[in-house]
Write a protein that binds this ligand. Structure first.
Ligand SMILES: Nc1ncnc2c1ncn2[C@@H]1O[C@H](COP(=O)(O)OP(=O)(O)OP(=O)(O)O)[C@@H](O)[C@H]1O
Ligand SMILES: [Mg+2]
Length: 433
């Protein structure tokens, strides 16, 4: 993938780089990319799953699978699930260039995000607007570090992408690194790169992500979990605008903006010596705090309608809105998982609901009254228990697809074997065969 990144950055194109299937799907959902390069060495089996899911989401997306090994079997599989090309690297570097070169002129930046910048962030509440205003200003500024804080699911990832897209760096890459997802020892090599022979496994020189993010933005997600050692090196790199690869002597100059995000209380982490004070001060120069959803008032309703539309489109449903009880409930609920929780809730409600409006009465046998019990219980009553929910979703998917298990699995976003196991678990199926 390194090589791919080098080729892409040499072409002066942006793009969003992610490390996992989950992140790739999230980005695809939010940004509708036109081109995807997927590395088989990195993702293994999941690479095929990813291609399949990207294609089922958007027929028009062009996908190439890269690998360091040339294998006819892999190539055939890739093409079968919808990839346009299989590119063994470094042998077929020209094929890669021509794949990238075929992007049509209107798509000069093949990764350009739909709804550039801030348009995709829904909300009118003064608290959110204030943060977005500030974010827009700093995105245009020369600030080299930006810290985004907020509880889980408040939209930190979304905001980072908006900042990159509306900044003068939008033509450069946006590289997303999840500091918890990568083991500590690897993270350093990933960020700074290494020379050949820097350590036992370092068989070749490798460019660090900081270098590959040159002229663009690097998003360090969950920075609160970065080791102290890596923190020192990162701070130096930010301040000096240069760094050395592991085992290297040459200074590598970079022009990057670091956007860091965390849901950790950094002040406490600093006090407990889990986070370096100097890095904290550096990052805290420009700090954006995303308010929790429960403090955004009517935004809950705006977001609900936004997600209803989204899932109506996706599941081909025609849900028109909320019942007044459901609306009152959503407004008074605490939303510990914030926008992500609301989004997931609406997704399930749109898929499950039988009538025109989402409300307790529209959920078959949800059998709950919103007045009793504490609020958290209410949500669960509204949503019903997870296994029961799962069972119903599967029934519904089977019904919608007239018992076609492959289609149902796709609709449910799980593999076919997994669906078959669940059908057995819940003793479903006979009536749909
Ligand atoms: N204001 C918003 N408008 C529309 N969608 C939003 C908004 N805020 C968040 N979302 C959506 O909610 C989901 C969660 O957002 P995101 O992943 O950016 O949160 P996060 O703060 O990075 O969470 P975590 O701390 O768990 O990583 C995403 O699918 C995102 O697109
Ligand atoms: Mg996030």
């Amino acid at each position: 993938m390194r090589l791919v990144r080098e080729v892409v950055s040499a072409r002066g194109e942006g793009g969003v780089w992610v490390e996992s299937l989950r992140e790739a799907l999230q980005i695809a959902e939010e940004t509708s990319p036109q081109l995807a390069l997927i590395d088989l060495d990195h993702l293994g089996e999941e690479a095929f799953e990813l291609i399949r899911r990207l294609k089922s989401r958007n027929q028009g997306i062009r996908v190439a699978l890269t690998s360091s090994r040339s294998s006819l079997g892999d190539e055939l599989r890739a093409v079968r699930v919808g990839a346009e090309s299989f590119i063994p690297l470094p042998q077929k570097i020209d094929k890669l260039k021509s794949f990238l070169g075929k992007a049509s002129p209107v798509e000069a930046n093949p990764y350009s995000l739909e709804g550039k910048g801030f348009e995709g962030i829904i909300g009118e509440s003064p608290k959110l607007r204030k943060v977005l205003e500030l974010a827009r200003k700093v995105s245009q500024s020369s600030a080299r570090t930006i810290l985004i804080r907020g509880e889980t699911g408040t939209g930190k990832g979304l905001l980072c992408r908006a900042i990159h897209q509306s900044s003068p760096r939008a033509k450069g890459p946006l590289i997303e690194v999840n500091c918890t997802a990568i083991p500590e020892t690897l993270l350093e090599a990933e960020l700074f790169g290494h020379e050949k022979g820097a350590y036992t496994d370092a068989k070749e020189r490798k460019l660090g992500l900081l270098q590959l993010a040159d002229k663009g933005t690097i998003f360090l997600d969950e920075i609160g979990n970065m080791s102290l050692n890596t923190q020192v090196k990162l701070l130096n790199a930010i301040e000096e605008r240069k760094f050395k690869r592991l085992g290297g002597t040459e200074d590598i100059k970079v022009d990057i903006r670091v956007v860091a995000a965390t849901n950790r209380d950094l002040e406490t982490a600093v006090k407990e010596k889990g986070f370096r004070e100097d890095l904290y001060y550096r990052l805290n120069v420009v700090s954006l705090l995303l308010p929790p959803l429960r403090e955004r008032g009517k935004d809950v309703i705006l977001l609900t309608h936004h997600f209803i539309e989204k899932y109506n489109r996706e599941f081909n449903r025609r849900v028109r809105g909320l019942t007044p009880e459901a609306e009152g409930f959503l407004l008074s609920y605490d939303w510990p998982g914030n926008v992500r929780e609301l989004k997931n809730f609406i997704e399930r409600a749109v898929l499950l609901g039988e009538g025109d409006f989402i409300g307790p009465g529209n959920m078959p046998d949800a059998g709950c009254s919103l007045e009793k019990g504490d609020r958290e219980d209410d949500l669960h009553a509204l949503v019903i228990s997870l296994p029961e929910m799962e069972k119903r979703l599967i029934q519904r998917a089977l019904r919608l697809t007239k018992g076609n298990k492959s289609k149902a699995a796709r609709l449910l976003d799980i593999s076919r074997p997994r669906l078959l196991r669940k059908i057995e678990k819940y003793s479903l199926g006979a009536e749909y065969l």
